[in-house]
Design a protein around this ligand. Structure first.
Ligand SMILES: [Zn+2]
Length: 147
């Protein structure tokens, strides 16, 4: 169990997929118990490496899910939100910036940007991200950039 404890400490006992607390004392056989989620990330030319992240047993990607999915917060008003993990992996590998969502008001775009940066500080703590809001065509485009 020492491995799981190490992963839990590093991820501050928070599930990397649903962003909710994981009880370190919960049974590893219960749905909300801790588990290590093996996750392959691209590492430039060297191919991919497996990184282990803390997940609830029920959230764990290895349980028959094809790819990890990090949901956007339901209270945000974002049209066409991009898949978060795929977008940040591309930005980490290639740099630049990408459109990650569209909002109909600047306030909605600011709320989404604030939520996203906070979420990414836990999801991908090794990379720093910034956001930019570009008005255009009566919408506010939320751009994400890896710096
Ligand atoms: Zn979870």
């Amino acid at each position: 169990m020492s491995d799981l404890n190490e992963i839990g400490e590093r991820d501050h006992w928070r599930c990397w997929l649903c962003d909710k607390a994981v009880d370190p004392d919960a049974s590893v056989n219960s749905d909300l118990g801790p588990s290590a989620d093996g996750y392959a990330v691209a590492k430039g030319k060297k191919g991919s490496v497996a990184v282990e992240r803390l997940a609830h047993r029920a959230c764990n990607t290895m349980k028959g899910k094809n790819a990890p999915v990090v949901p956007w917060a339901s209270e945000l008003l974002v049209a066409e939100p991009a898949p978060i993990i795929e977008t940040i992996e591309r930005l980490k590998a290639k740099g630049g910036r990408e459109l990650i969502g569209r909002c109909s008001s600047e306030a909605d775009a600011e709320a989404a940007a604030e939520w996203l940066l906070d979420r990414l500080s836990r999801l991908a703590p090794e990379t720093s991200f910034s956001t930019q809001i570009n008005p255009g065509g009566g919408q506010y485009l939320l751009m994400l950039k890896a710096s």
